[in-house]
Design a protein around this ligand. Sequence first.
Ligand code: Z5A
Length: 228
Amino acid sequence: MAKAAVKRPSLRGRFITFEGGEGSGKSTQIRRLAERLDAAKLRAIVTREPGGSPGAEIIRHLLLSGMGKLLGPDAETLLFAAARDDHVRTVILPALDQGTWVLCDRFFDSTRVYQGRLGQVPPGLVSAMQRVTIGELKPDLTFILDVPVEVGLKRAAARRGSAAPDRFESEDIQFHQDLREAYRQLAAEDPERCVLIDANADADRVAKRIWTALRKHLHAAFAVASTA
Ligand code: Z5A
């Protein structure tokens, strides 16, 4: 007798992005999550934007040096888009298609927040870039790490030591406050995909919050897929 078909979530890898302001702890938490997935025998890669592929890393260098800023906000946005296009085509999509999880430090939400909401690049340009670079690709889950501005800047300054601040680290305090607010708004507008994580705690505690949220989200996604 034929078995009743059980619908399962597809074998495509999961796409998880991390967002947040300066020094919010994204890189630290991505590493922690990758270790946990590894212990759970799930294949995952860690990548970042801007960058993540050889071509995009060259553009990253230009952007963080401040070269993009000199060209003006629209051209700088195009540079972020060019880097993303290469990264998505050569790294993210092939990995997801092979069933590998992709953990990405920043993605399209950074363009929406930094260039769109704060940089005042016209929404039409931001959405056109989204269509061209990522099409239908959307993260399955986005963690937005939230810390008070002073805490994030203090952490970033301690890590930087005597090195010069980069293009974004050099922005004034008001910029960083607006940034935090824009991310909190984003989380409120898209609660199915975005989880706001209180990241003003020690790294172990933040990692626990992320793991709990991930399990909850996956449980919900599995339940939806098996009743669809
Ligand atoms: N950008 C954009 O404008 N548009 C776009 O489309 C994209 C990006 C994709 C890339 O910067 C810049 O590009 C970014 C936005 C812009 N601008 N900024 N700023 P980046 O890649 O060089 O840096 P970042 O993404 O901002 O991350 P970060 O500054 O490296 O910080 P982080 O990854 O969030 O934090 P971390 O490295 O994990 O931690 C920072 C320090 O704090 C470090 O010493 C840790 O050991 C410490 N830390 C971490 N967690 C904790 C806790 N819980 N307690 C205490 N200390 C901690």
